[in-house]
Design a protein around this ligand. Sequence first.
Ligand SMILES: Nc1ncnc2c1ncn2[C@@H]1O[C@H](COP(=O)(O)OP(=O)(O)OP(=O)(O)O)[C@@H](O)[C@H]1O
Ligand SMILES: [Mg+2]
Length: 507
Amino acid sequence: MTKNTLATRAFAALRELIQSGRPLIYICTTEETRAHQILKDASRELFRTEVPVWTWSVTAGLCRPDGNPAEGESLGARGVLDFIAEYPQPAIFQLKDFHEFFGDSPETRRRLRDLYELCLDRTKFVVITSASRAIPEELGPQIAFMELLHPDLEELEAFLRIELSGLEGRGFKVDTSEASVFRMARAIQGLTLDESRHALRRALGARGALDSESLPHLLEEKKLVVNKSGLVQYIADGTQIEHVGGVDYLKKWLHERRKLFLERDTLAAEIVPKGVLIMGVSGCGKSLSVKAIASSFELPLYRIDMIEVYSRRHGTPDGAFAEACHLVEAVAPAVVWFDEIEMGLTAQTGEASNDLGRIFAFFLTWMQEKARGLFVAATANRIDLLPAEMIRKGRFDEVFFIDLPTEDERIEIFRIHLQKRRIDPEPLQVHRLKKITQGWTGAEIEQCVVSALTSARLEDREPAFEDLHRSAQNVIPLSKTMREQVDHIRSWAYDRAVRASPRESIR
Ligand SMILES: Nc1ncnc2c1ncn2[C@@H]1O[C@H](COP(=O)(O)OP(=O)(O)OP(=O)(O)O)[C@@H](O)[C@H]1O
Ligand SMILES: [Mg+2]
């Protein structure tokens, strides 16, 4: 056991229960083997002399600490409890999926309660490992519950060292330097050990080697796993801050926070950036800015899908929301994006409005308590619908309003979208489009660029100013068709949010 394994949060949680003398422990985890390993570490490290770790499951029966079946007939659920009761020495007993037998008979439950007394202060520990939490009410006071959280960075580094040296021994080319192990551990953070093993195999299969260049392949596995939940998506998007036109105040703010965020481990908690709320007119770059934040902070981006949260496909909305928040805790450091956080806030009554109340209450506490390595970026179109506490200072570091782009910003956005498509903007004289594009959103500018380039392409020629001008004439901006709504958002934001851009200069 390395020094690192002792420092893991999983080990620390178990140590606390064992050292406080809790004889009945329930570990909720899908990682049975990992739980077993941690029990073995504990058996070596936490007692004066090492204690044996027995295991039991309904299929394999009782197994000795060396993994071989115990003599005699295989014991059933009731039998194993009797065996433990009579066992004369200190020991740890891991009972796999024992929750399945709670319902069987009152006798089994009673026997377990007896075990509490029989094991107390005798260095005997009964540890139930199960993928779900199912503790009968009458056993609640006796059983200490612990959720085996995803492996943290220390545990992953220790795991990687073992795996890498195994692979090295088998002749694979692996980089075992400290820096490389650290970067790989970061890349797989959020995965279970089994999933991490798959990620390593995948990366090895792709390149025949494991080193810093394998990171994209490791991240690929993470994307699959987090996406599997359906609640959280990993967003692989290379949007850089330079791809966002305008919003200079927002950019300046981010630049400052980036520095603080990178130094988060050495700073007082209250100055570590927690998150930002971005509101604004649809199509003006809220989503785009969030993607740019992730790349500017050099962090992966995870999006919590509010449609899924409210869908009831994952149980109650507040339960699903909490689950999503816990999932992202495991992948810190990261940027977590709550897209359209106000979704579902219109005219909710009865049960639905209770759901919302619980979701927002949870969110506010979570914002205060979440891991330092998580930066929250929430976006909203109708921020006026959000509860006041949500936008109050202190929850988010700042609330930004992205308005329709100014003249100069519009030209910058034209340039960005032309350059993105490898067209030199200079000969196209985009500055001549300032007036005709008044009231346009960034999305409309992009649409205009695409349609101009398409016309030119259809005629097999280079695009010209006329193509842009002609397309521009066909655009009917949202700010005209939905004037009232846009005006409402703007006036609401006027004194409640910080503008993301300087005001339009009046000439
Ligand atoms: N400031 C900008 N700079 C460059 N492109 C922009 C800008 N604003 C919008 N766009 C273009 O418009 C598209 C839509 O923008 P985005 O998705 O960020 O809007 P949004 O504010 O999130 O809108 P919604 O409320 O509809 O989600 C972007 O993918 C981008 O191509
Ligand atoms: Mg958006």
